[in-house]
Structures are given as C-alpha cells and as structure tokens.
Design a protein around this ligand. Sequence first.
Ligand code: NAD
Ligand code: ZN
Length: 252
Amino acid sequence: MSVEIPERLLDSLANAGWVAVLTGAGVSAESGVPTFRGADGIWSMFRVEELASMDAFLRNPELVWQWYAHRKTIIARVRPNAGHEALVRMERVVPHVSIITQNIDNLHRRAGSAVVHELHGNIERNYCVKCGAPYGNEDVLSQPGVPHCHHCGGMVRPDVVWFGEMLPEEEWASAVRAAESADVFFSIGTSGVVYPAASLPLLARRRGAFLVEINPEPTALTDRVDLFLQGPSGEILPALVDALTSIKACRE
Ligand code: NAD
Ligand code: ZN
C-alpha cells in the first residue's frame, strides 16, 4: 500500500514542539495481540466484565488468574510492530513526544518509546492486594494457581485497571497535561468509547492542537478531527515518519 501523507500534516509536525499520541488496542493488532472482545477458545464463553473486575477476582480468583496467565503468555510472545517502532523514530525529529496508551501490553516501552503514560496499567506488573508489594511476571507465573505475597500472604493481582476502578492519578494527570500542551495530537487504533481516555483528543483540539486520527474504520471521533488517515497504523505511521524525517532533513 502506498500511503499519501497530506502536506498540511507534515507542516504542522515539522513545526511542532510537542506531539501527543493516544493509542488503543488497534496499534497492537498487527503484533497479533488478541482484542478483549475477540477472545479465543474457552474465554469466548465469558464476558470481559466477569473476568476483569475486583468482584470477579474476589468471587473466583482461580478463574481470573487462569485468564491472566493465558494473556500474559500470549503477550510475552508478541513483538512491537512497525507502528510502535515509527513512534520511537518520531522522537528523533520532534522535540517532545508523549505516548498515552490504553493498552496494557507494554509494547510501546518494549519498542523503546521514552515517555509512556499507561492509563490502564501494565500486564507485566502485579501487586499484592493487601500490602501493595510489587511482583514481576516470572514470580507470579511460577506459582501454581493464585499467586500469594511473600511478605504478608495476601493475594497478588495484575497491575491493570479493572472495570469500576479509577485510572492511576499521576498517569492521568500527565496525559491531560500532554493533551493540553500538544501542537499535534494523534488518536490511533482506538474506538473512542472508553472514558475518560476518549475525552483527550477533543480536549487537545480545544486547546489548539491539530487533531489527527489513524484507523482502518471510522469511529465516533472521526467527524470531529482535522484529518482522518484511513488504514492500519503499522503502514501509515512508518510512511508518515519517513516523510517527516526527509522534510526535516531538507529544512536543516
Ligand atoms: P477497541 O477494541 O475498542 O478498538 C480498537 C480500534 O482499533 C478499532 O477502532 C479498530 O478499527 C482499530 N484497529 C483495528 N486494527 C487496526 C490497525 N491495524 N491499525 C489501527 N487501528 C486498528 O480498543 P480500545 O479503544 O483500545 O478500547 C478497548 C479497551 O480494552 C481498552 O481499555 C484497553 O485497555 C483494553 N485492551 C487492551 C489491549 C492491549 O493491551 N493490547 C487489547 C485489548 C483490549
Ligand atoms: Zn503483601
């Protein structure tokens, strides 16, 4: 696929001091991370709400841990794709790039992005529900069934935001600051239905950012953006960063 990047976007990016990027499950689609709703095998019998909530965990911690152990194993096997990598390269040509992600798969950090605000946590981290002690994946996956804390015996849970839980305060504050400060704001691979994350693109636009969406399908946001680039992020982002890099080189 040859990707046309409009001149007005390249101009805005070439002059931008700060670019903020909100990402959702779609940026990881080309890495092969299964979406929540497209769950495979026996997991398709459960609704996400029955697995990803404190109620579910207290009711049936064994089941919740079976599901997370399954997801952790899948995610450990996948690799960042060309879209994640292009966002890392963007840092060479834009002074300040902030990634705000709804994904828990850690792929932006693994790709090498320097500034990542994780709104929904990170599946590679875990903590004790009683004393808060942090645990890595190796430790919890080596314990059969529900992992327990070595300090206090409490149950250990994945460090992800479950239904009904607040977003981590500092990550959210940093995301809002980035949205308010950005000269260009991208909304990529997100259906824009999970709040409060979905409010960030329009906040950025109200504060003067040039708002761009990248998605193979139109979303609830599409009518309100300055530019919609239709297609997979693993193809559009590399083309965009290549074009920007050559423009910057010419202007220097
Ligand atoms: P979503 O599933 O609601 O929407 C995904 C969007 O990605 C859709 O609009 C789809 O058209 C688009 N898309 C599909 N393929 C794409 C591609 N190749 N390039 C660009 N876009 C593509 O996802 P969401 O908006 O992130 O919200 C779902 C919630 O589920 C989030 O809260 C998130 O925390 C969680 N979740 C995370 C992961 C992960 O960590 N990888 C996976 C599934 C769900
Ligand atoms: Zn503990």
